[in-house]
Design a protein around this ligand. Structure first.
Ligand code: DON
Length: 309
């Protein structure tokens, strides 16, 4: 089953690339500022093992916020539904990803959802293990399984670059610790979180991970259930309601594909039952989503009627 050919995809990439000049690479994590804003790559992975791709497909990029979907899946498996959702909510915020504003208005002070930074920090703090190495190793092993790629690792340079400059995330940690939503040492959590965000891969690896979520937790190539169907369902729902932050509503209307973005320019898409999508385009719009990646998904969804709605 193939929805697009490589050539069609190449044409759409060329078209979408035109808007990259209107965006900017993230610089608040200094290392991300080194990316080429004009890059754009896409891979689409089908359940039969075939894939199509176009653009700078060999470039690796860090997952950043895309990792939040995967850490959520892991902690739901580790801790169960009740434990997780006692500590993090299920509602979209309509606020930027790093906003602290709503935390103070919530009683108890638990973050509204696992996709904003405050919620993701709580999720990361729930990853089981007796040391940072063990916890990161468990997350990495899970990602290797999802991507079917044993070589996936994190970028020490990007992790350090974020760790050295993550003052706002530290503020979120301290607020959450004050309210007993997290209990561990804040620097230990920041180390694990920044390494999680710095896990890097190509858009084909990302498409393969998106495919497993699209297929209800099953790796269709290995015919193996990697995560429970219900966990995949919860993650995809968060991708729809909160995956593109305060652009999630517009994205649901214009594109209609469960998707999650990251500030390095990645977008993971999961089209239920059909395919996984991995995109890399580091120039971002004002909400922190890949500007050319969003354009590309919009073009594909419109022309091939991909919306799930
Ligand atoms: O915590 C941060 O700010 C980054 N490591 C991740 C943020 C992010 O990717 C937001 N996505 N668009």
């Amino acid at each position: 089953m193939s929805i697009f050919s490589n050539e069609e995809l190449r044409n759409y990439v060329e078209e979408a690339k035109k808007v990259a000049k209107n965006g900017q690479v993230a610089t608040y994590i200094p290392e991300l500022g080194k990316a080429n804003p004009l890059d754009l790559a896409i891979a689409i992975h089908y359940p039969d093992g075939n894939f199509v791709s176009a653009g700078e497909i060999n470039k690796k990029f860090t997952l950043q916020s895309i990792s939040k979907v995967i850490s959520l899946a892991l902690v739901l498996m580790d801790r169960g539904y009740d434990y997780v959702f006692e500590r993090v909510g299920m509602e979209p915020t309509g606020d930027p990803f790093n906003s602290i504003a709503k935390l103070e208005t919530m009683k108890p002070a638990k973050p509204l959802n696992p996709m904003i930074n405050a919620g993701a920090l709580v999720v990361t703090s729930m990853i089981k293990g007796s040391s940072t190495e063990e916890r990161l190793g468990r997350l990495l092993n899970f990602i290797k399984l999802l991507a079917n790629n044993d070589t996936v690792d994190y970028s020490e340079t990007v992790a350090k670059s974020e760790y050295d400059t993550a003052f706002l995330n530290r503020a979120l940690c301290y607020f959450l610790k004050q309210h007993n939503i997290i209990t561990e040492d804040t620097e230990t959590l920041m180390e694990l979180y920044t390494k999680q965000c710095a896990i890097e891969m190509t858009c084909l690896d990302l498409a393969k991970i998106g495919l497993v979520f699209a297929m209800d937790g099953v790796d269709p190539i290995k015919h193996k259930q990697i995560l429970p169907r219900d966990v995949a369902r919860i993650c995809k729902t968060f991708m729809v309601t909160c995956g593109m932050y305060n652009a999630s509503g517009e994205f649901a209307i214009k594109v209609g594909i469960p998707a999650k973005s990251g500030v390095a320019g990645g977008i993971m898409g999961s089209l239920p039952g059909k395919c996984g999508i991995g995109i890399f385009g580091p120039a971002l719009d004002d909400k922190g989503n890949s500007i050319a990646g969003m354009k590309l998904l919009h073009l594909l969804s419109k022309n091939y009627k991909l919306s799930i709605f």
